[in-house]
Design a protein around this ligand. Structure first.
Ligand code: HEM
Length: 209
């Protein structure tokens, strides 16, 4: 009787996790298609006077950001990892290279942004954390520390996902509050990654308690 109850509750938590994962992926695809894809045309008309002078940095940043955000979810699927280990390894290398290059480009874009110092610092350190967590995931797997590699990959993807977190909460705050555009951008430059990173670590470390 107890065993059946445990099985039933495991099945329920698995379906809740799968449903949440599918919703998160749909949200990610929506923002990538609506916000990132249109910026893959580096013309003055599309980029406007704010982004066009930095197009040489922004275009590869967006392209590699899209590569990373699309590869990430595939890498977390256990069945895929066990069945196609070689592909998992190759996609992992593409993910890490994309994140490191796009992160460095992001740091330059942050340093040359025109909102305010708090916004620039938030995005600059987002770039540092993005590249840093991916490098830690790479070092862990090179040292054959699989658990550690998994943990750093979770942190890394939470940071990659900051692009979506930023846009979702920015859009909600613009509609539901009267904060200025600058206030919302400044707030999101920090909260879009610092809070999700803390929540991810609560899960990672909480499991060990
Ligand atoms: C997580 C690390 C990331 C950092 C540090 C970062 C940093 C930046 C910075 C500094 C800018 C210019 C903002 C400005 O000048 O006001 C920017 C713009 C942009 N980034 Fe990223 N980015 C990251 C991830 C991504 C990802 C994963 C994608 C794509 C999936 C992406 C797509 C874009 C797009 C489309 C823009 C220009 C349009 C806009 O602001 O909506 N970024 N990013």
């Amino acid at each position: 009787m107890r065993n059946t109850e445990i099985k039933r509750s495991n099945k329920l938590s698995k379906s809740i996790i799968s449903t949440l994962a599918i919703l998160t992926i749909l949200l990610m695809l929506y923002y990538v298609v609506m916000r990132a894809f249109p910026m893959l045309q580096p013309t003055e008309e599309v980029y406007g006077s704010y982004f066009f002078p930095r197009a040489a940095w922004l275009f590869p940043h967006i392209l590699l950001g899209i590569v990373a955000i699309l590869i990430g979810p595939v890498q977390f699927i256990k069945k895929f990892r066990t069945k196609y280990l070689k592909l998992h390894r190759n996609l992992g290398k593409i993910y890490i290279i994309s994140v490191v290059i796009s992160g460095v480009l992001g740091m330059y874009l942050a340093a040359t942004s025109n909102v305010n110092i708090t916004y620039a610092a938030g995005l600059f350190f987002l770039g540092v954390t993005w590249a840093g967590t991916a490098i830690m995931a790479f070092i862990s797997i090179k040292k054959k520390k699989i658990e550690l590699h998994k943990e750093w990959m979770i942190r890394s993807y939470v940071i990659t996902f900051a692009f979506v977190t930023f846009r979702v909460i920015e859009d909600v705050l613009k509609v539901t509050t009267e904060y200025s555009n600058v206030d919302v951008l400044t707030l999101m430059a920090w909260t879009s990654w610092a809070i999700p990173l803390f929540i991810a670590d609560l899960f990672i470390q909480g499991k060990k308690l």
